[in-house]
Design a protein around this ligand. Structure first.
Ligand SMILES: [Zn+2]
Length: 227
C-alpha cells in the first residue's frame, strides 16, 4: 500500500568517538543495531508511545524517515554508510522518535497530526532537533554527534523558503546553542574536538557562534537569527 512520507529528515553521520562494532554488510546486523539504539532511547526516556524501527538497505538514500500512519521509523542504508559510530546513528534516530511521538498528538489517535506538521514544518524540525539532544543524553550517547552527522550529510541550499527543513547551518547553530546552554559538560570535555566534521562545523559556524557569544555576554533571552 502506498505510504505517505510525512517527514524527510536529512541526517547522516560522521566520525568517531567509538567506532561502530557491528558490520552492516552482514544481513540483519544493521537492523539489530538500529532496533537496539531505538529501543534504548525509548526506554531510557520513558517514552510511552509505541513505534518500530526498520532498516531499508538502499545505500543511495542517505536519510531516515518517519511514517506517521504506522509509526515506523525507517533508516536507509546510505545513512548507515555515513555513520561512524553509534552516537551519530542515535542522534538521527532520536530526531525521528520526536516526530513519531508527535504523530500521536490530537484527536482520533493523531489522525490530523500530519496536517498540523505540514502547517509549520520547520517548527517541528527545531523541536525534534532539541528533543533529540535530550533523548540521546538520557540514553548515554554524546549529543555532539548530532553536529558531526548533520554536518556530514545535510546539504546547504541558498534559501530555506520552499523547504520543509530549516537551513542546516541554522539547525546546527541551534543545536550547538542548546548543548552549550543545557549540557555544557560535553563542550568542556569535548570528545569530538579532533573530529574533522566537528572541526569543519567550528570553521563554518564562526559567525553564528559569535552571535551566541554576544547573547551570552549580554545575558539576553532574545532568539538569535542564525545565518
Ligand atoms: Zn525531521
Amino acid at each position: 500500500m502506498k505510504k505517505i512520507i510525512i517527514l524527510l529528515a536529512m541526517f547522516f553521520i560522521a566520525i568517531p568517538s567509538q567506532a561502530l562494532t557491528i558490520d552492516y554488510t552482514k544481513d540483519g546486523s544493521a537492523q539489530a543495531l538500529v532496533s537496539k539504539i531505538g529501543f534504548n532511547i525509548l526506554n531510557a526516556n520513558r517514552i510511552p508511545q509505541r513505534m518500530v524501527f526498520y532498516v531499508k538497505p538502499d545505500k543511495k538514500v542517505v536519510n531516515a524517515v518517519t511514517y506517521f500512519r504506522d509509526r515506523q521509523i525507517v533508516v536507509y542504508g546510505g545513512l548507515l554508510t555515513y555513520s561512524d559510530n553509534e552516537d551519530e546513528l542515535a542522534a538521527v534516530i532520536a530526531h525521528e522518535i520526536s516526530h513519531a511521538i508527535d504523530s500521536y498528538d490530537g484527536v482520533l489517535r493523531g489522525f490530523f497530526s500530519p496536517v498540523t506538521y505540514s502547517l509549520k514544518p520547520k517548527k517541528y524540525e527545531y523541536k525534534a532537533d532539541k528533543r533529540a539532544v535530550d533523548f540521546v543524553v538520557k540514553a548515554g550517547y554524546n549529543p555532539l554527534a548530532f553536529i558531526t552527522i548533520m554536518n556530514k550529510i545535510d546539504s546547504q541550499p541558498r534559501y530555506e523558503l520552499f523547504s520543509t527543513h530549516p537551513l542546516c547551518s541554522r539547525r546546527l547553530a541551534a543545536v550547538y546553542e542548546y548543548i552549550y546552554t543545557k549540557y555544557p559538560q560535553y563542550l568542556v570535555q569535548n570528545e569530538y574536538k579532533d573530529n574533522i566534521y566537528y572541526q569543519n562545523f567550528l570553521l563554518t559556524s564562526r559567525e553564528n557562534r559569535l552571535k551566541l557569544q554576544e547573547k551570552v555576554k549580554n545575558n539576553s533571552k532574545k532568539r538569535i537569527k542564525y545565518l
